[in-house]
Design a protein around this ligand. Structure first.
Ligand SMILES: [Zn+2]
Length: 354
């Protein structure tokens, strides 16, 4: 099985929290435990803050767990423009540097359909799991680092293929907790994205922005990490009308594997959440659309929360394959399961990439 995870904040964690994705989970957890014990850590002359949550992502685990493709994000905390642009480019260069390492089982930046086809072929042909290549498809979560839509060509040339214009609101459009549609510069960004053939990510868009995007954007669309509002009454997730309208446009929606985004008002003291909480979101999309062609995985593992806040049995990214067992128990066919685990996103990316 070739698994796709449509949302992992890899570069942000590497550059801001000393989470080098090349390390195994065992190594990284040991480092973080030691750092927590010793207090502040300093590496490379730069002081990096450590996360208190338990890390879930490492390339050895991707390989072992069969995760062949990741939408690797560029994400910046809102701050002044130059700082965000600098940070965004540093994250893009982090991915380029990983991909430039001479390692057959290393990271590959996926920028074209030929890259994607070669990745799938080499992943299947790898002599052992630890020799599997992992594809990174760069996704910008909030277009804040982009100073001006005219800069987009440069970002595209560097490898950026997917943009979600907003997080908690941006210059481009309303976002989570910040209602509003697209601004003039936001519409200019959409026009430039469409001209370049980029993929638009609806996740985090405010309601008005979702509807405008569906009406105005002529290029390919996904929702990298969004659940159903029927179970979570906040603007972070899709209404049924949005799910119907977006999937009619071919959107694939990545289910977010974060307890607070699966069960309304979840708190750690409530204890673990099980696979059933994930499956009800996937079942809901299947019910609304009549098939299983519009769901995928957008785990957002390590996106501000660790394994304490993810459903069981997901302890590391290597455990993602367990979702297939839950799908089987909910009467998804083998084809449906392969689709949700990765094939549905691969279909969109295969059509969208140059
Ligand atoms: Zn997010």
């Amino acid at each position: 099985m070739f698994i796709v995870d449509a949302h992992e904040d890899i570069a942000y964690n590497a550059l801001h929290h000393d989470r080098d994705v090349r390390r195994s989970i065992v190594e990284q957890r040991a480092r973080e435990a030691a750092a927590a014990h010793a207090g502040a850590d300093s590496s490379g002359g730069q002081t990096l803050s450590h996360m208190s949550d338990t890390v879930m992502i490492g390339l050895p685990e991707h390989r072992r767990g069969g995760i062949g493709l990741v939408c690797s994000t560029i994400f910046c905390m809102p701050e002044e423009q130059e700082a965000m642009t600098t940070d965004g480019w540093a994250q893009m260069r982090y991915y380029q540097a990983l991909a430039a390492e001479p390692d057959d089982a290393g990271v590959r930046l996926i920028g074209s359909r030929a890259d994607l086809d070669a990745l799938i072929r080499d992943h299947a042909a790898a002599p052992s799991p630890d020799k599997r290549p992992v594809g990174f498809l760069p996704l910008m979560e909030s277009a804040d680092p982009i100073r001006d839509p005219a800069d987009l060509e440069q970002w595209y040339a560097a490898g950026l293929r997917i943009i979600g214009p907003t997080w908690r609101g941006s210059r481009y459009c309303g976002g989570t907790g910040h209602p509003g549609g697209f601004t003039d510069i936001g519409f200019a960004l959409l026009a430039e994205m469409e001209r370049l053939g980029m993929i638009l990510d609806l996740s985090h868009m405010a309601d008005d922005a979702v509807w405008q995007a569906l009406e105005r954007y002529g290029g390919p669309i996904i929702a990298s990490h969004t659940n159903s509002r029927i179970y979570l009454p906040t603007d972070r997730h899709f209404t049924d009308d949005q799910i119907r309208a977006a999937t009619a446009r071919g959107v694939v929606i990545g289910v977010v594997l974060h307890n607070g985004f699966l069960v309304a008002g979840w708190k750690p003291e409530q204890g673990p959440v099980g696979l059933d909480a994930v499956l009800r979101h996937l079942d809901h999309v299947r019910e609304l659309t009549g098939d299983a062609l519009h769901s995928g995985i957008g785990s957002d593992f390590d996106g501000g929360a660790g394994s304490e806040s993810t459903p069981q049995p997901f302890d590391t990214v290597a455990d993602l394959a367990a979702l297939a067992d839950g799908l089987r128990a909910h009467d998804y066919s083998d084809d449906d399961i392969a689709g949700v685990m990765g094939g549905n996103f691969l279909r969109v990316f295969g059509q969208a990439l140059p």
